[in-house]
Design a protein around this ligand. Structure first.
Ligand SMILES: Cc1cc2nc3c(=O)[nH]c(=O)nc-3n(C[C@H](O)[C@H](O)[C@H](O)COP(=O)(O)OP(=O)(O)OC[C@H]3O[C@@H](n4cnc5c(N)ncnc54)[C@H](O)[C@@H]3O)c2cc1C
Length: 525
């Protein structure tokens, strides 16, 4: 079957550019075995098993009347069977593609999206809006129960830059434009969006809006939801066109309803974003702080009193050591990376102010090399995850955000919960952490775990994730800073927004999607 790798997975479920696939050196495999107890995994299933397509002929004809491209072949269904969480990838490797849609619909424009939604509502077909397919929270797995079938509505054909306003510095993209293409289109006219999540190579503009994504440079450029000035949204009840001025006092801001709505309230078909002139200069610098407590204090000082660089990250002791060892270096304390972007004068000014400020906070300058090394490897982790999964390791991430006063306790609680849960199932895991985004009032923490896969690695991770989620909730932090709710975070999200919050969302959903066909089981408790 076309589009499948040798192990039977859809090529879509290996990360990015195949020519950049990582092969682990023998020394690393030996280290994984001796330090973490990693064993070769069971061989992957030869071909993932797809459920038989479930749509009736009548429903299929209605979809074909609504949209110029409808596919029901195995390759298309398999490529849309899951997102990119480690659980998604482990299930596919085990030959489980039970969540594959019955058909993949690729509308050409907003009107076709509207027609598809009408057909789905009329035939009670569940709709999974599919952007880049990089969800890590189960956001692409719709419930089948009570529906006549499930379709993935892939927005890849909504791939145009509709309008660029250089005076207002805004750009309107169709939702299916992938991030690298968006940057390419903007660069042709001297602009950038400045949104660089680790999933940059695959994720889409619509997906960023639908999940309130944050990028690596969000401390300086802002999170994606802060960049959005306008949205066009198709719903089964009609179209909303929101955002006619940079700000309005005309009632609650309805754009906020759709930012983070994860395909459950409508299909975002166009996004208007703020853009900036491409920065002519940038300087990425490394700093050493004595320990994570000192690094956290330094990050807080910069976030609250400046200077605030575009990128500001600090690794804890273990993440600093693991990164240094993987580059053949040694390290003490904690590594902070600061990325400064702007004109030559601005960069020079911020770099000098940063040097003075960090010196007062115990920061030791390490020069440009650590910053350049981070820039070179900033999109490499997903390739490494594929290789580590191949080798039998369990690799996954957990993220949260908390106020500064609660951050140290949240850090300790989540790290301990992950370590305890995973240690109970074999050799103690590696639990690494960094501060990934900063605000005046707090920051986000991003944990990465590497452990040996147990006999049932899906159950192993689900137990660890539940322990981490409970620790996050108990420490008063949020269940997600930027990955979204999907299916995986619903229990904690329900507690975060409370009974009244759930009732508000349900009422909005009833108004926009009376048949409940939009991404059932995702976001809404
Ligand atoms: C390796 C890796 C690294 C990641 N790093 C980051 C990171 O640094 N920062 C970050 O914020 N996230 C990160 N993520 C998570 C993910 O990439 C983001 O959530 C991203 O915003 C999703 O975009 P997408 O286009 O892939 O959306 P998809 O995964 O296709 O969809 C995500 C959710 O939004 C819905 N949706 C998608 N498009 C639309 C639309 N146009 N209208 C309505 N609903 C829609 C889907 O139904 C789904 O529920 C990472 C994921 C991976 C796998």
């Amino acid at each position: 079957m076309d589009g499948l790798t040798a192990d039977g997975m859809s090529a879509a479920h290996r990360w990015g550019d195949p020519s950049r696939a990582v092969t682990l050196p023998d020394g690393v495999r030996t280290l994984l075995a001796s330090a973490l107890g990693v064993r070769e995994p069971h061989p992957p299933a030869s071909v993932a098993a797809l459920p038989p397509p479930g749509l009736s002929d009548r429903a299929l004809r209605a979809l074909e009347a609504a949209c110029s491209q409808v596919r029901t072949d195995d390759q298309a269904r398999l490529a849309h069977a899951a997102g990119m969480s480690t659980v998604d990838l482990l299930r596919l490797r085990a030959g489980d593609a039970a969540d594959a849609p019955d058909a993949v619909i690729a509308p050409a424009d907003h009107d076709e999206v509207t027609d598809v939604l009408a057909a789905c509502a009329a035939h009670r077909i569940a709709v999974v809006t599919f952007g880049g397919g990089t969800s890590v929270v189960g956001g692409l797995r719709a419930s089948r129960d009570g529906y006549a079938g499930v379709v993935a509505v892939d927005l890849a054909r909504l791939g145009r830059l509709r309008h660029l306003d250089p005076v207002s510095r805004t750009a309107t993209f169709e939702a299916g434009v992938r991030a690298p293409r968006a940057e390419e289109l903007l660069a042709e006219q001297g602009f950038t969006l400045g949104h660089f999540p680790q999933s940059f190579e695959r994720a889409t503009i619509g997906g960023f809006a639908a999940t309130r994504s944050s990028g690596q440079a969000s401390s300086g450029y802002g999170r994606f939801d802060q960049m959005v000035v306008g949205l066009r949204v198709a719903t089964p009840s009609g179209t909303l066109h929101l955002g006619r001025a940079p700000h309005t006092a005309a009632g609650p801001d309805l754009r906020q309803l759709f930012l983070g709505s994860e395909g459950a309230l409508g299909v975002i078909t166009e996004v208007t974003v703020q853009i900036r002139p491409t920065p002519p200069a940038r300087r990425y610098l490394g700093w050493r702080l004595a320990d994570f407590a000192a690094a956290t204090e330094a990050a807080r000082a910069l976030a609250q009193d400046g200077p605030l660089p575009a990128v500001l990250r600090c690794s804890d002791e273990l993440e600093t050591t693991v990164n240094a060892v993987s580059e053949g270096a040694s390290a003490d304390g904690c590594l902070m990376i600061t990325g400064i972007e702007g004109t030559e004068d601005e960069v020079a000014g911020v770099a000098s102010a940063l040097t003075e400020r960090l010196a007062g906070l115990g920061g030791q300058p390490l020069g440009e090399e650590p910053g350049q090394a981070w820039l070179r490897g900033r999109f490499a982790a997903p390739y490494l995850r594929d290789a580590l999964l191949d080798a039998g390791a369990l690799v996954e991430t957990v993220e949260t955000a908390a106020f500064w006063s609660a951050l140290p306790a949240t850090y300790a609680a989540v790290r301990d919960a992950l370590a305890t849960s995973l240690a109970g199932q074999g050799t103690p895991p590696l639990v690494l952490c960094h501060i990934s985004h900063v605000y005046s009032s707090g920051a986000s923490l991003y944990f990465t775990v590497v452990a040996a896969q147990a006999d049932d690695p899906v159950a192993q991770w689900q137990a660890a994730k539940a322990a981490a989620g409970d620790a996050i909730a108990a420490s008063g932090a949020t269940i997600t800073h930027h990955h979204g709710v999907g299916r995986d975070h619903i229990p904690w999200y329900r507690d975060e927004i409370g009974h009244e919050g759930v009732a508000v969302l349900r009422a909005v959903k009833r108004a926009l999607d009376p048949e409940g066909v939009l991404n059932p089981g995702v976001l809404l408790p």
